[in-house]
Design a protein around this ligand. Structure first.
Ligand SMILES: NC(=O)c1ccc[n+]([C@@H]2O[C@H](COP(=O)([O-])OP(=O)(O)OC[C@H]3O[C@@H](n4cnc5c(N)ncnc54)[C@H](OP(=O)(O)O)[C@@H]3O)[C@@H](O)[C@H]2O)c1
Length: 410
């Protein structure tokens, strides 16, 4: 490490969307940070594919900022930095949701900080709030809209009647979706973020593979039309909650009733609600991802790391992962326009003890549909019913199901 009375070397891995924004932000705030911490942060160097050496950078840095993304070589470099006694700040949710246990354990063992506010919900300071402000509360549930791209697409579909493909193209045109949007629209990006949030909120290591997720590619304009008729909002919701002494972590589209704290979050915004008996609930919202926003969250982490004491989340396994939970469903069936169809469907549902809250028959001829809302049921039971329904000859297309969050608000 270079000497210099109060110099604090920050080594930057990656100079892309977030890295370049961070490199611009750090010098502009250096003086203020020096007043705050007594240490003056300086860029010790920048590593990209074409320039810089990791060993040189490590030598000249007190803290490493990892903004290259992906697993390799990010994992190796983060581990090497930690083992060399350097603090690490990262915005890499894929890395944390797959290798978080190993990385947090290494950080603990080496007495350094591993910070990652930029990895979860853009500038919404949800990590800090869960880790620090709510450290004294026992959390029952964390609910969130943690992917701005899908929230923008669903908002546009509801607002304009566009198809999924049209709204995705609009998101790409406006820079809210990447050229390859798979991670966002499949729900896997949100799943990685929920794995990180679940670990923090419940002191339980959660691997991305333990998060069940569904995306929004299958959502049709008429699902949103139906939602509008009932005054419901459709969102891609991530949930981590205590269930039967265990922990369920999942991501799926869900209809929300008006008044739900997440129902009004629209466009490329993120929001997270934390529920606990001590505090009832806290909802935080703000812009989701974006180069400048994420760089600002990363800089916040750098400043926090400059002010000890370290706080690295524990990785002790506390809760078993629960995979089967109770949910209410909206069910959309394109059916033959003939007598007895409803009875056949009802019979299959009844056999799995799935009860119907409401049913509407819509359209005639080759437009005939049954749109149902079902009472809460164990998801495995619902899946069994759907499998049987999909096999009925009277079905003209595969069944479409979307969960409904049952809570109603005044
Ligand atoms: N973009 C966002 O809005 C956003 C929001 C939240 C979190 N994040 C996370 O922030 C991280 C960075 O995202 P980004 O959008 O800034 O990525 P990006 O624009 O693709 O930039 C990646 C940078 O890392 C460098 N890099 C990649 N692989 C490398 C390797 N093997 N060796 C050396 N350098 C390498 C690239 O070098 P070259 O310049 O030589 O190609 C580039 O400078 C990711 O983990 C992402 O998930 C991004």
């Amino acid at each position: 490490m270079e000497s210099g009375a109060n110099r604090f070397g920050v080594g930057l891995l990656g100079h892309g969307t977030v890295g370049a924004a961070f490199a611009g932000l750090l010098p502009r705030h250096a003086e203020r940070i020096e007043r705050l911490t007594g240490l003056r942060p300086e860029l010790a160097g920048i590593l990209t594919r074409s320039s810089g050496s990791f060993d040189d950078l490590l030598e000249r840095s007190e803290l490493i900022v990892e903004l290259i993304g992906g697993i390799d070589p990010a994992r190796e470099w983060v581990l090497r930095a930690i083992e060399a006694g350097r603090h690490v700040v990262t915005a890499n949710r894929q890395l944390l949701s797959r290798h978080g246990k190993e990385l947090w354990e290494a950080a603990r063992a080496n007495g350094v900080q591993l910070r990652f506010e930029g990895a979860v919900a853009g500038v919404v300071p949800v990590i800090r709030v869960i880790q620090e402000s709510l450290a004294g509360a026992s959390i029952d549930r964390v609910h969130g809209i943690v992917n701005g791209t899908t929230n923008f697409i669903l908002t546009e579909m509801a607002r304009t009647g566009m198809t999924f493909g049209q709204a995705l193209a609009e998101a790409q045109r406006l820079g809210y979706a990447e050229a390859d949007p798979t991670e966002d629209v499949s729900g896997s990006d949100a799943a990685a973020k929920m794995a990180i949030l679940a670990r923090l909120a419940f002191d339980t290591p959660v691997h991305l593979d333990q998060v069940r997720y569904e995306g929004i590619e299958q959502i049709q304009p008429d699902d949103l039309e139906y939602a509008r008729e009932l005054g419901l909002e459709l969102k891609l919701i991530g949930t981590a909650e205590r269930i039967d002494g265990g922990l369920s972590v999942r991501v799926h589209p869900a209809f929300l009733y008006p008044g739900h704290p997440l129902a009004t979050v629209s466009g490329p915004f993120n929001a997270v609600t934390v529920e606990s008996p001590e505090i009832t609930e806290v909802t935080m919202s703000g812009p989701g991802a974006g180069g400048t926003q994420t760089a600002s969250a990363v800089l916040g982490d750098v400043i926090s790391a400059m002010i000890p004491p370290a706080s690295t989340p524990p990785t002790s396994s506390r809760l078993e992962i629960v995979t089967d939970v109770v949910s209410a469903f909206y069910l959309h069936l394109e059916v033959a326009d003939e007598p007895g169809v409803l009875a056949q469907v009802a019979q299959v549902l009844a056999a799995q003890r799935v009860s119907v809250k409401s049913v509407v028959q819509k359209g005639l001829g080759d437009q005939a549909r049954l749109v149902m809302v079902l009472h809460p049921v164990l998801e495995s039971r619902f899946a069994a019913a759907i499998e049987r329904i999909a096999g009925l000859e009277v079905l003209r297309a595969p069944p479409r199901a979307i969960r409904v969050l049952e809570e109603e608000f005044a």
